[in-house]
Design a protein around this ligand. Sequence first.
Ligand SMILES: O=C(O)CCC(=O)C(=O)O
Ligand SMILES: [Fe+2]
Length: 234
Amino acid sequence: MRDPVAAYTLLSQLINITSKRQRALSCRYSTGGGNPRLMYAPVKEEVEWDEPRIIRYHGIISDREIEILKNISRPLLSRSLTFEGVSKIRTSQSVFLKEDKPVVSHFNQRIADITGLSMKSAEDLHVQNYGIGGRYEPHYDAWDDENERIATFLIYMSDVEIGGATVFPQVGVALKPKKGSAVFWYNLRKNGNVNWYTEHAGCPVLRGNKWVANKWIHEFGQEFRRPCSLSYWE
Ligand SMILES: O=C(O)CCC(=O)C(=O)O
Ligand SMILES: [Fe+2]
């Protein structure tokens, strides 16, 4: 957008949550568009933000499953990396878990059911632990459009007493970790471009301990599940 006034107006519309927009931030039970596995146990879906659309799913992982995932991960954790290797912009420990463990494959299936997306090209489940002061500074999960991370499914495996929110600084959203819930957003628009409003960060943990698991879902395989659009904004 070349016109600075138009760009400013748009930005302030995005940041200012008007009452009309607020009303659209609804919650409902979802069957993932009639998925048989969710018909009798619909998932609780809450719209946290409209643009970019951020959805929170409540109660999608049990405390028992969380304990199993943490116990599998603990001995395997190592310092999380960024595109430049070890970096102080990301101070957590993490591990990618393969599908050979039943709890992991069950979980991947659940993400597929809820999102309606294919997991064939997705990355392995990435379990991440932050201690006091642990953070991930503002970044994009997708930074180009080469079969990239079309969407992020971020599962909170703990509450955090103080700090540790996932924030989207460009639009002013803060998502508080809530054990057993997950948040989901598309990093890419339907035309394949990166949605630059999806910049986000994990705020420092001030008190407590933060556990999350990311599933980064890629574009390949989603052609009929999330068809493209020619519109710039979709
Ligand atoms: O920990 C968070 O809240 C965000 C994590 C994140 O953005 C990432 O791992 O890419
Ligand atoms: Fe991220």
